[in-house]
Unconditional design. Structure first.
Lengths: 264, 250
């Protein structure tokens, strides 16, 4: 019989995976891995600001991640080299965040919980929040799916169909910021992009269409969440990193499967 | 009413003036070809006409509700993105299987639905791109060097197909190309571009124009250019050949 907190942790991971699956597929297709990373790192700054100004941590991280995403997008469109822009934003946001947290006197901050997640302490209210947020993201991505995919394949193709690829990029940045804010509690800022990339990359080898890959990525993320939390419950391993380890193992199997299929 | 019209179009890109004072229009059923050397702003002009680049000067007007069938110069589908031909044909909007099959059959690529886009040959890929453009029910087909990577007979056949499609559907065709002699014979109008419009008119008029001959001297152009100018090839070398027409856009 599962304890309530273990069940809640599993449900939190599964809920988050429903959003990170399709969104992670776009991150992989559009090569935005470091982009997601930069937004996640900025979330620590959001935590510090939230505690400093006594607003909700979810709102703080959402705003900080969104700001980082828009900053990187802005720098990139002004012709700055993308990887340098990402490096500057990601690491300075993390460093600013860590320094800012140290100024918070009288507030006890468990930094490790934000860096690596604290999924086993997810309460019922947070669980609703995660599922609600994930539902919002899935609805948004499903609504924009055709335009997002067309803009991903080719921006000119999107323009020629009367779509605006810049708007679709903003939709992605907005949903990524929301995912970062939701994932903070589950896997922490350092492993958010792993939740986006690893299940999607694992799904690639088994998929023939973009839709299949997005759905399979969500399924793999959900499976990894259950496995990671389960292992944590029986072997006392850290749950957030355990989820990513499970996803990485799925990825490994997928790579071997693809190679086997290519040779056979 | 023109399908697309540009007036006094100027475009700066990364601090460099790429297009200057371009007047352009295309009407229903016309085949218009844009030729010009590398870096002459051909693709930039197409992107401005599509609405992907806001003009720095002048205006671009597209007819309301204009349906564009666009065939890009190159389309690199990321290795991480699984995409069957059938799925690709349903971009941006979902298409019925029988419509997809008919479009593929029309361009001579029947039965490819189940293949991955990345597994197609160059010729198959171009035909699938064309089939996708046709599924939009286009008022105008816009093709950006669509025969890159095809051999001469393959390119000639591709252009014959486009001419047939124009006859069948009455759509306009706007083409950017390097395959001068093949394209010129099929075009109603040729625009010679080098940052600005050097010369414009019927294929015969353009190929006889001194601006065109300066840009596409012997050796760089197609068979038509070669045939016309063989006798004075030693006058069109190096810097003189690149200098362009009366006005140089730089």
């Amino acid at each position: 019989m599962l304890d309530d907190f273990v069940l809640r942790a599993m449900l939190a991971g599964v809920g988050l995976s429903l959003a990170t699956g399709p969104l992670g597929a776009f991150v992989v297709w559009r090569r935005m891995a470091y982009f997601g990373d930069a937004m996640a790192h900025a979330a620590i700054l959001g935590v510090a600001l939230a505690l400093g100004f006594s607003i909700s941590i979810l709102a703080g991280t959402l705003v900080a991640a969104l700001a980082a995403g828009l900053a990187v997008a802005g720098l990139a469109s002004r012709g700055q080299a993308m990887d340098a822009a990402l490096g500057v934003v990601a690491h300075s946001a993390l460093a600013f965040g860590l320094v800012a947290v140290s100024f918070l006197r009288g507030v006890r901050v468990d930094l490790a919980a934000f860096l690596f997640g604290d999924i086993l302490t997810v309460g019922p209210a947070e669980l609703w929040l995660i599922w609600g947020g994930a539902g919002l993201i899935v609805a948004l991505v499903a609504w924009r799916w055709g335009a997002l995919l067309t803009a991903t394949v080719s921006e000119e193709l999107a323009w020629s169909a009367g779509m605006n690829p810049r708007r679709e990029r903003l939709v992605l940045i907005l949903t990524l910021a929301l995912v970062v804010a939701l994932a903070l509690k589950v896997v922490g800022v350092l492993l958010v992009s792993a939740m986006l990339i690893v299940p999607a990359a694992a799904a690639r080898g088994f998929s023939r269409t973009p839709e299949a890959m997005a759905a399979l990525a969500a399924a793999f993320g959900a499976g990894a969440s259950v496995a990671g939390v389960w292992t944590s419950a029986i072997a006392d391993t850290p749950a957030g990193p355990g989820i990513v380890v499970a996803a990485a193992l799925i990825y490994l199997v997928s790579v071997l499967f693809s190679r086997f299929r290519a040779e056979g | 009413m023109n399908l697309i019209r540009a007036k006094g179009l100027g475009l700066s890109y990364g601090g460099r003036l790429v297009l200057e004072d371009v007047d352009f229009s295309i009407d229903r059923g016309e085949i218009v070809t844009i030729v010009g050397p590398n870096g002459s702003g051909k693709s930039t002009l197409l992107r401005a006409l599509l609405g992907a680049l806001p003009p720095s000067r002048g205006v671009v007007e597209r007819q309301r509700g204009l349906r564009i069938g666009y065939v890009p110069q190159k389309l690199a589908i990321d290795a991480t993105l699984p995409m069957t031909v059938a799925r690709f044909l349903s971009l941006p909007f979902r298409q019925l299987p029988q419509r997809r099959a008919a479009a593929l059959a029309r361009v001579g690529a029947a039965g490819l639905e189940g293949r991955q886009m990345r597994a197609l040959s160059g010729g198959q890929f171009q035909r699938v791109l064309l089939a996708r453009a046709l599924l939009a029910g286009p008022d105008i087909l816009i093709l950006d060097e669509p025969t890159q990577g095809l051999d001469q007979p393959g390119a000639a056949e591709f252009y014959r197909l486009i001419e047939e499609l124009r006859r069948e559907t009455g759509c306009a065709v706007l083409l950017v190309s390097h395959d001068l002699h093949v394209v010129m014979s099929a075009s109603d109008r040729v625009i010679c571009l080098n940052g600005h419009i050097c010369c414009e008119g019927s294929p015969q008029v353009v190929s006889a124009a001194p601006e065109y001959r300066a840009l596409f001297g012997p050796g760089t152009g197609g068979a038509l250019a070669l045939y016309r100018h063989e006798h004075d090839h030693h006058h069109h070398n190096g810097a003189e050949g690149r200098a362009g027409g009366k006005r140089d856009a730089g």
